[in-house]
Design a protein around this ligand. Structure first.
Ligand SMILES: Nc1ncnc2c1ncn2[C@@H]1O[C@H](COP(=O)(O)OP(=O)(O)OP(=O)(O)O)[C@@H](O)[C@H]1O
Ligand SMILES: [Mg+2]
Length: 331
């Protein structure tokens, strides 16, 4: 077992009226990928913000490289090799990839004017991008990159700061499935280079695939630690909600009732080439699945009356709804 370089012990945090964390401990060893899971409000982001020096714990200790740290600040956290890849990325649209990675730390040319040495900057950025398997180079304008590619820029920036631990809080929630696959590959590369990752996500399949160890939070407490062999979605869910899943979702008694909502060949402006027909019957839970960009949100907006369908009909209780009228839909 590699020796942890970071140990958080007995961390508690209260906000006015809310006990967000209570006596939580977490250690991180080099090259470890830790999955941090829990229901909404369990305290995951709060714990990570404490590690990032963004918020101060009410109690507990943080030991980095054997040294207890009191009053951890953002600057001290970064200097200690802890990097945050936020969901809202802190990047500049008008700069290149390389300039974003070395923002504020640009190599300068000699001479009185101290211009940025772009060649040197790109030369330094390139190996970081290669290490992550990026399919774009340092001179690429950031504005031309997808969200997934921008995330890689953030991770490259973390590596340029000699990050030993990269914290990713919900990194895949806006990614397509192939982009998610690529991010998981990036995580494996980081691990292979001895960089640790804490992955916070609600997508348990990603945790099953990527994590060496899982920490489960419930109501601000650490309720389970699972090792590689014990990382299964149903075990994580059981600890997250504190009971078996089948006691939460009971199968409906008897057959579904009449159709409450009917969509008949509905076309949206977003996907004029496709029609959607579906039925939701009384007592039924209908899942609407699809990749980012497949038109789920647009369909939901149309059903709700925020947008008018191009054609087709939406019926509630057998009666057609007037198009584009949220008030009628609510009524
Ligand atoms: N700045 C704050 N002020 C007051 N309460 C807060 C603050 N930040 C978090 N909380 C509360 O602390 C609890 C833990 O929140 P936290 O954001 O850490 O949960 P989370 O596990 O990250 O949830 P999610 O999965 O929804 O992101 C919640 O009850 C939340 O409302
Ligand atoms: Mg959160």
């Amino acid at each position: 077992m590699p020796i942890p370089f970071l140990e958080m012990t007995g961390i508690s945090k209260s906000f006015p009226g809310v006990r967000a964390l209570e006596d939580v401990s977490l250690s991180v060893a080099p090259g470890e990928v830790i999955g941090l899971v829990g229901e909404n409000g369990a305290g995951k982001s709060t714990l990570m913000k404490i590690l990032g020096g963004v918020i101060e714990p009410s109690a507990g200790t943080i030991v980095l490289d054997g040294e207890p740290i009191t009053g951890l600040t953002v600057a001290r956290s970064i200097a200690g090799g802890i990097a945050f890849v936020h969901q809202e990325l802190n990047l500049f649209e008008n700069l290149t990839v390389g300039a974003n990675i070395f923002i504020g730390r640009e190599p300068l040319k000699g001479g009185p004017l101290r211009f940025v040495d772009e060649r040197a900057l790109n030369r330094r950025a390139q190996p970081l991008l290669a290490q992550l398997g990026a399919d774009f180079d340092a001179a690429t304008p950031l504005s031309t990159l997808s969200l997934a590619q921008r995330q890689l820029v953030e991770i490259a920036k973390a590596l340029s700061l000699k990050a030993r631990l990269v914290i990713m809080d919900e990194p895949t929630s806006a990614l397509t499935s192939s982009e998610t696959e690529r991010l998981l590959t990036t995580i494996a590369r980081l691990k292979a280079d001895g960089v640790s990752v804490i992955l916070v996500t609600h997508r348990l399949a990603e945790i099953e695939q990527a994590a060496d160890r899982v920490v489960v939070l419930r109501d601000g407490r650490c309720v389970a630690g699972l090792d590689r062999g014990a990382i299964h979605a149903d075990a994580m869910i059981r600890h997250m909600i504190g009971r078996d899943l089948n006691t939460l979702y009971r199968a409906p008694a008897g057959p579904p009732g009449d159709a409450v909502l009917e969509l008949v060949a509905v076309r949206t402006a977003y996907r004029p080439d496709q029609t959607v027909s579906l039925e939701v019957r009384r007592g039924e839970i209908v899942g609407l699945a699809g990749l980012v960009g497949s038109g789920r949100t647009e369909l939901a907006r149309t059903v709700f009356g925020l947008d008018a369908p191009l054609s087709g009909e939406i019926r509630v209780g057998g009666r057609p709804l007037p198009p584009a009228s949220p008030a009628a839909t609510i009524a």
